[in-house]
Design a protein around this ligand. Sequence first.
Ligand code: PLP
Length: 405
Amino acid sequence: MNLALRFAKLGTETAFAVAAEARSYMDRGARIFPFHLGDIDLKTPENIIEAANRAMREGKTGYCSNYGIPELREALAEDINGSHGTSYSGYNVAIQPGGKPVIQKFFLSLMNPGDEVLIPTPGYPIYESIVSFHGGKPVLYPYREGKGGFHLDIDDLEKRITPATRLLVFNDLHNPTGAEEDEQSLAALSELAQRHNLLVLCDEAYFDIRYEGQSRSLVSFPGMEERCLILYTFSKKYAMTGWRLGAAVGPRELVDGIAKLNVNDESCSNHFVQYAGLEALTGPQDGSKAILSTLRQRRDRCHELLSAIPGIHCFRPNATFYLFPNVTGVMKRLGLEDYEAFRKAVLDATGVSFCTRLHFGTPLPGERERYIRLSYSGIDLEAIREGIDKLRSFLGGERHKVKSA
Ligand code: PLP
């Protein structure tokens, strides 16, 4: 089979390959501690499940509008206006089968071949993959370890802008580092985007996964509503990763273009699932509060235990469900330079499964520090304790044999 030439440029989310590998260890009887994937092992709140069941029973099982059901579009516009200070209406919302499709549809709608796109690295790998696939040029800008956490460097980002730069991807409350920009940095980025006439994909997948402080969106700065598209998802806040429900929210002309792509692609998002989304937004919020509270406990335990391992340095982000510890010291101690060798050695010896910096976009030249990403959304408190205990013993020299390895 000769696949289309463009496939040579398509990347993937290699975290899924790590998950498949962990699954194969489990199938062979190994005890695995799953820190690899940003999936959630908590149940979708009951009122949301019931709303989907009700909608099915009431016959919401045929096609619906390619834009999504009006009630959900309006509820989401209102919800976002409440947290972002924006003035969206339902017309600014196109419902999607998940947050991820917004990435592809943003580039399909706005990017011409040869356009340069600013993309964070480390960062969610799908940006780079999709830009290359559709003939754009990814230009990577770094997130670096600094005071109190990871940050982007606006001056560095600006140096990467050329006359061909048209688009910027900004993932505040950042996967994988948990970084968040402060008010001053957001204001500077907003000013830069306007000065260089950039259109921005604001990937806000983790906007509501926040334990302390308050999320602030780039869209809320004057002049930004007109040039940003928000990637919204129900996946994380309501533990709905497998339901596939999200939205593109932005200027009406762009949203109309995206809705036209919807017709050409999936026709409409799953009809009855949209009623579940409506209940998620407008019904009782106890379920999402309980999810957040569980995630907070996991973050605290995971951070405390990791920080106690000599040679590991780890910030404690206020948002997302990721930790991105610096493991340069422990890799050196083990005499390992190579990320994959380190990941596999830990997996084989302890069953602790995680992603490394290499799973999050192409590294920039000169990156010397070594990082891994631990997700705590799919592992309970006891398994966190046991897994990190094994990790500590292994990194300190003790060996644990994984049953099947
Ligand atoms: N954007 C970021 C930064 C993510 O981490 C994810 C999922 O992990 C997504 C978008 C897409 O999530 P979903 O398609 O489940 O809404």
